[in-house]
Design a protein around this ligand. Structure first.
Ligand SMILES: NC(=O)c1ccc[n+]([C@@H]2O[C@H](COP(=O)([O-])OP(=O)(O)OC[C@H]3O[C@@H](n4cnc5c(N)ncnc54)[C@H](O)[C@@H]3O)[C@@H](O)[C@H]2O)c1
Ligand SMILES: [Zn+2]
Length: 359
């Protein structure tokens, strides 16, 4: 088992990465200080992994309740959040209860937000079960639900007590979800670590065939980068923004297509190619680096072109809404070579529209 630490002073916490961790009663109960636990999961994950988690907690003497939510991004809202509060209150969970998120990023974001507000904040543990949640959303303390007028608009920064990453969970993940999560993995290579990027190219076959050794190494590297970024800039005033590479274009694709049609990671992959084309025009990357970025996404089964029916005007409209929501601060993350990126504003419209149309 690998152990990393997110360094945030008295809110620092461990990330465990390994195999067969859900059945490790000692590990699973170690960060639960009280005796009450509420496991938050969904109808897809519960039949797969809930039993192991319950056994581990109960054999350590914990009193465990479970709330099983409907599956999907479309349920990541205040109404579903209220189901969690209803259960916590009706089962009489006190201030010393612990909430455990068992599922992908949707469950992690909702359970985390519930933990941040229930009785003004209770302990919270993340057990992420998708690639995306294991490498990205479970680390760093961003929690939120969606509002009809915007994604992740209602939320809080709230760090967990611990993150337990069991790579065995990835065996049941649909291939398309696996690929989507890889978009965020590749992102870390582009913005932060050229050596890791080259490693992802070299070991693609092992990663795609779920070699445990490679998955552990890969997730460890991503979590280490995220932990490093979050330790430097917890509330995204600076370097944390780099994690949004490809996301401004990606969000435009997601909201134009309607959430669910394109998975987040798929939109981020195409969005990153558009950002890379912008960087190419601005001489921040070479033509061969641009080709390499397209190549790695497509080898990992991700889209590298925008939806055929989506016009530049539609991108611009969505980005203008983003800009309004962000109080006029629409900025793009652009690679500088591979392994480094910067926040760039003031890019001219012709460069942007060329990147959107010809990438
Ligand atoms: N908080 C953050 O910093 C942060 C960062 C990135 C993304 N996010 C959020 O994460 C969410 C996306 O997360 P996601 O990609 O994990 O999506 P998800 O949680 O919807 O999971 C994808 C699908 O896989 C299923 N699933 C989960 N684990 C499984 C397993 N082991 N085997 C089989 N099926 C499994 C889920 O039930 C779901 O149907 C978005 O809401 C996004 O906003 C948050
Ligand atoms: Zn993302």
């Amino acid at each position: 088992m690998k152990l990393l630490n997110v360094q945030l002073g008295d809110r620092s916490y461990p990330i465990y990465i390994g195999q067969n961790l859900l059945s490790d009663s000692q590990l699973m109960s170690q960060h639960v200080t009280g005796t009450q636990v509420m496991v938050v999961t969904n109808t897809v994950v519960a039949p797969l992994y809930l039993e192991q988690v319950l056994q581990s907690l109960e054999s350590a003497g914990k009193n465990v309740d479970v709330v099983t939510l409907p599956d999907g991004e479309s349920y990541k809202n205040l109404e579903t959040l209220n189901i969690i509060f209803d259960q916590l209150l009706s089962k009489k969970h006190g201030r010393d209860t612990s909430i455990i998120a068992l599922g992908g990023g949707v469950i992690g974001d909702m359970a985390g937000f519930a933990a941040s507000c229930y009785q003004r904040g209770v302990e919270f543990i993340q057990i992420p079960t998708t690639v995306l949640s294991q490498v990205d959303s479970s680390v760093g303390g961003k929690t939120a639900v969606n509002h009809p007028l915007g994604k992740n608009m209602i939320g809080a920064f709230y760090q967990p007590q611990a993150v337990v990453i069991d790579i065995d969970c990835l065996a049941t993940l649909p291939q398309r979800e696996f690929a989507a999560g890889m978009a965020e993995v590749i992102k870390y290579g582009i913005i932060w670590d050229n050596e890791f990027y080259q490693w992802l190219i070299k070991h693609r076959t092992e990663i795609q065939s779920l070699s445990s050794e490679h998955l552990i190494q890969m997730i460890e590297r991503c979590c280490a980068i995220k932990a490093d970024v979050v330790a430097q800039d917890e509330k995204e005033h600076g370097v944390r923004a780099l994690l949004n590479l490809g996301h401004t274009f990606g969000h435009a694709i997601e909201s134009e297509q309607g959430y669910g049609k394109w998975l987040h990671g798929e939109a981020v992959a195409a969005g990153t190619v558009i950002a890379a084309k912008t960087a190419l025009t601005m001489n921040r990357i070479t033509p061969s680096e641009f080709d390499s970025i397209k190549d790695i996404f497509s080898r990992y089964s991700l889209p590298i072109v925008k939806p055929a029916d989506m016009s530049t005007e539609q991108f611009m409209e969505h980005m203008a809404i983003d800009k309004k929501v962000l109080a006029g601060k629409l900025r793009f993350i652009l690679p500088q070579g591979i392994g480094h990126a910067d926040v760039v504003s003031g890019i001219d419209n012709s460069t942007l529209s060329d990147a959107i149309e010809n990438h």
